[in-house]
Design a protein around this ligand. Structure first.
Ligand code: F0G
Length: 436
């Protein structure tokens, strides 16, 4: 028998404070149906933790090699190495790119590129923890609703864990790369005639009725993994926090996770100042931004529509805990148009970085908040790029090749006959604006 108790965490309901054990597989609070949150025992002081995190950086194998499990004292302290389901994940770069910084007007802009995860999005950080927990609690199958990235990630981690996977996605509204991954990694893929909110509602009902483990971000173990985006970026900055962290916001799981990470890092003395969170929605799917403008007086829902299909969500599930993040970090919520998203994406892509449309919302939001004077030009900002450029090849081709009138940053391909003279003719063409 294994010995756990001293390092064991509990799951507490955010609504009624009811407490259940770490190994209880309840999807929500058994008493009131509220969302659960993990609470960990304190393991080591700040100096000890920092030294330990640094010493793990050079590991080439095992849990220390993962940018999630390296921080396991703050993620799931009781975990044993042999229980972990890891590809590995994390270890994503913090990038400075002058062209993107200049476009936003923030000189000290950094981008934390979560597209460098094994399935190309930040979802892998939450999935390694949720899948580890699902296997640890003897799940017979796992499921999620998704706009595409969670499904790709769930499929890849279920394959690694050897568990059957079921995904619910909105038919016709998932980017090509994501649906391709989901099928390739072997998940049973259900194309639901409805939007993401319909998918989540169905996934919740079906999981409860059929005893399947739900691995959406309502699952508290997902958020523990996603906290490490913040922990890792703070670690990369030697625990000297930026003034702002900007991220795209859809179902609000990540916004909730970022707040929890900062709250805990501050409580444990890892940081002495809390960065402000800027959550950015697409204007066609912006109930949270609209509610923020009204002082969060109302919980809103909308009929969502945006080119950024990853965040095409009208009734975000992690609403209350995301409100807490914004309030506790003196944060802001804003929204940007599809045109602003596509322009930001073109600038990020042309810097050789690349990201999917939803990810570019964070950078578009930084530019907007700078021009409104909310972010000062000298402040240090980390914008999180949540997904890889290849996730949505359709959006790239449509922008560069098909959109009329030609967008400012469009890089049109040119068809030629196989002749050197043709190449020469093309070389003589004046560089098009944004294309030189
Ligand atoms: N960026 C990308 C690339 C995403 O895939 C998502 C969410 C978000 C941002 C927003 O994060 O929901 O935590 O506020 N994608 C989910 C999915 C909904 O199913 O893949 P959030």
């Amino acid at each position: 028998m294994s010995v756990r108790p001293s390092r064991e965490s509990c799951q507490r309901c955010a609504a009624c404070a009811h407490e259940i054990g770490e190994l209880d597989a309840a999807a929500v609070c058994p008493r009131c149906g509220g969302l659960l949150e993990l609470e960990h025992p304190s393991v080591g002081d700040a100096a000890t933790l920092r030294t330990r995190f640094v010493s793990r950086r050079t590991a080439m194998t095992g849990p220390d090699h993962s940018g999630v499990w390296r921080y396991r004292e703050l993620v799931l302290p009781s975990i044993r190495p042999e229980e972990i389901v890891s590809h590995p994940e994390g270890n994503t770069p913090l990038m400075a790119r002058p062209a993107v910084a200049a476009w936003t007007g923030i000189e000290r802009l950094l981008m934390k590129h979560e597209g460098h995860n094994p399935t190309g999005s930040f979802k892998d950080r939450g999935m390694t923890v949720a899948m580890t927990q699902a296997r640890r609690t003897n799940a017979r199958a796992v499921a999620c609703a998704s706009t595409g990235n969670t499904s790709a990630s769930l499929a890849a981690y279920a394959a690694l864990a050897g568990l059957p996977a079921l995904v619910f996605v909105p038919v016709g509204k998932v980017a090509l790369g994501k649906i391709a991954q989901t099928m390739a990694y072997g998940a049973r893929t259900l194309l639901v005639r409805g939007n993401f909110d319909d998918c989540l509602s169905l996934a919740r009902d079906a999981s409860a009725a059929l005893g399947i483990h739900l691995l959406n971000s309502v699952n508290p173990f997902r958020l523990e993994g996603q906290k490490t985006i913040v922990l890792e970026l703070l670690d990369q900055l030697d625990w000297d926090p930026p003034e702002w962290i900007a991220l795209p916001a859809g179902n609000l799981g990540n916004t909730a996770a970022f707040g929890k990470a900062l709250r805990e890092a501050y409580a444990r003395g890892l940081i002495t100042r809390v960065p402000r969170i800027a959550a950015v929605q697409a204007s066609g799917a912006a109930p949270f931004a609209e509610s923020f403008r009204g002082g969060f007086a109302e919980r809103l829902r909308v009929d969502p529509d945006t080119i950024a299909t990853a965040i095409r969500i009208g009734a975000p599930a992690s609403w209350d805990r995301a409100v807490r993040t914004i309030n506790e970090t003196n944060g802001v919520v804003t929204s940007v148009s599809d045109d602003e998203i596509l322009e930001a994406k073109a600038v990020i892509d042309a810097a050789g970085v690349g990201c999917e449309p939803a990810s570019a919302a964070s950078v578009a939001g930084v530019k907007q908040l700078r021009s409104l004077g909310v972010i000062a030009p000298t402040e240090r900002v980390v914008a999180v790029l949540t997904g890889h450029v290849l996730k949505d090849p359709g959006a790239v081709v449509a922008y560069h090749q098909d959109t009329e009138p030609r967008p400012e940053h469009a890089n049109r391909p040119i068809e030629i006959d196989p002749l050197v003279s043709e190449v020469e003719r093309v070389l003589m063409l004046p560089a098009e604006r944004g294309n030189g």
